[in-house]
Design a binder for this molecule. Structure first.
Ligand code: 5CA
Ligand code: ZN
Length: 425
């Protein structure tokens, strides 16, 4: 599926070190270096409502990582899904009387335009789940064949076909994955999160309460596809495992998403992928913090949303939105306040004021120019964008104090690494 237009990312002339990124599984910083090209899978949206600043924050975290990789000379292959068939989407569609396909496609369009406004580097493969149903069914069929999937009776399915679940106890015994490998959580917490985030620990007939759904047999009034498994639709976690592994191969460099996906979604996506391939799913399991608004996590289900599209429609410069988000470290949980945008707009204006008169000394980038080196060091240290912004503030401050301006080299470094283009008004 079409993603969105790629922003211009200037090439800087020497190479940065590979960034170190916090891995949730081992709870330490790991160098995101790889032998070949870097591979990254970032979970996409469930397109039932417009992009809010929480989504944007998560996608910006991984955009920053990709910019660091490009600056280190890596080629990057980036895959993202859209969960264009799932319970929340169907519920919203039926509550609003909009066909679920129309809802998904209009919200995906809005997401694309928001990502483009924010200069987020697009995925190389942007994959809606509805486009890969046979691939997912084949993977579930393989899990059945190796004894890691089992049937749970579903008397309400239209042809009395069973639903299929992942046997997490058997997988922990026979594969390289074990429960908690990625999330490091205790069982009571897992049970609680499973109930809150799309799981069904109470469902009768499961071998273990935490076992996740792999395949849902068709119900009346629900979309279903005819596959090797019969009529039905995929469970949530398997879609991401299959989309990632079939396009990026096994042992990808980074699996990414917001921290609300850690359990059960990422834990079980990794479990399914490892069960299918025999390899670890990812070298680094990376998670962005949650953005709150008015005291609670910004979320479609709560409705406390600040939408990128609305801010822009009200006259915000998308570069200022980007700066307002980047002012927070990607792993922190923080709250959006209504003064964040005016502050970032003032900062952007200051930066622009200090750079617009810059000469054409672009070639000096990479020859030990201090700001570039400092920005690289800050970002290589777990994508420390607040530190990077403080460095630009300092450079702008000294330029203005001496009646000068940022050099063209400085502006180019800010553009490539922070995605803020200071070369236009
Ligand atoms: N489609 C699934 C993933 S396969 C999904 O979680 N979609 S989503 O639309 O709910 O979220 C998309 C991404 O935005 C996820 O990575 C999620 O962790 C992140 N996200 C959602 N709300 C916030 C928030 N308030 N702050 C930061 N990130 C958020
Ligand atoms: Zn996902």
């Amino acid at each position: 599926m079409k993603s969105w237009n790629r922003p211009q990312v200037p090439r800087l002339s020497s190479l940065a070190p590979a960034p170190r990124v916090f891995d949730t599984s081992t709870r330490q910083l790991i160098s995101a270096e790889t032998a070949g090209s870097a591979t990254i899978y970032v979970c996409g949206i469930t397109p039932y409502d417009a992009t809010h600043l929480g989504h944007a924050f998560t996608y910006l975290a991984f955009d920053t990582l990709i910019r660091c990789w490009l600056d280190s000379g890596y080629t990057v292959t980036f895959v993202q899904n859209t969960t264009d068939i799932d319970d929340p989407l169907l519920e919203r569609a039926s509550a609003t009387g909009i066909d679920w396909r129309v809802l998904a496609s209009t919200q995906t369009d809005l997401f694309r335009s928001d990502m483009e406004l924010l200069s987020i580097i697009p995925p190389d493969h942007y994959v809606p789940v509805t486009a890969v149903i046979p691939e997912v069914a084949a993977a579930v069929d393989s899990l059945l064949a190796i004894g890691l999937a089992y049937e749970v009776p579903a008397p309400d399915s239209i042809d009395e076909q069973p639903d299929l679940y992942f046997d997490s106890v058997a997988a922990a015994e026979s594969t390289i994955w074990h429960l908690g490998l990625e999330s490091n959580l205790d069982r009571p917490t897992m049970l609680e999160l499973s109930a809150q985030r799309g799981g069904d620990p109470e469902r009768f007939g499961k071998r273990d309460a935490l076992d996740p759904l792999l395949w849902r047999a068709a119900r009346s009034n629900e979309p279903a596809w005819d596959t090797v498994l019969g009529l039905g639709r995929p469970g949530w976690h398997i879609e991401c495992s299959v989309i990632a592994v079939n396009r990026l191969g096994t042992s990808i460099t980074v699996q990414g998403g917001g921290s609300d996906l850690l359990f059960p979604h990422h834990e079980f996506s990794a479990a399914h992928a490892s069960a299918l391939s025999g390899e670890p799913f990812a070298k680094i399991f990376a998670h962005a913090g949650m953005v709150a608004y008015q005291g609670e996590k910004m979320s479609k289900s709560l409705g406390n949303l600040v939408l990128v599209s609305r801010l822009v429609a009200n006259g915000a410069d998308p570069r200022a939105i980007r700066l307002a988000l980047l002012a927070n470290h990607y792993r922190s949980n923080w709250e959006w306040t209504d003064d964040a945008l005016p502050k970032a707009t003032a900062r952007l204006e200051r930066w622009l004021g200090a750079s617009m008169s810059a000469g054409s000394a672009g070639d000096e980038v990479g020859r030990g120019h201090p700001l570039l080196g400092q920005l690289r060091e800050a970002l290589a240290n777990d994508l420390n964008t607040p530190a990077a912004i403080a460095l630009v503030d300092d450079a702008v401050g000294s330029a203005l104090a001496s009646g000068g301006s940022l050099t063209a080299a400085d502006s180019k470094a800010v553009w490539a690494l922070l995605g803020i283009d200071l070369t236009r008004p």
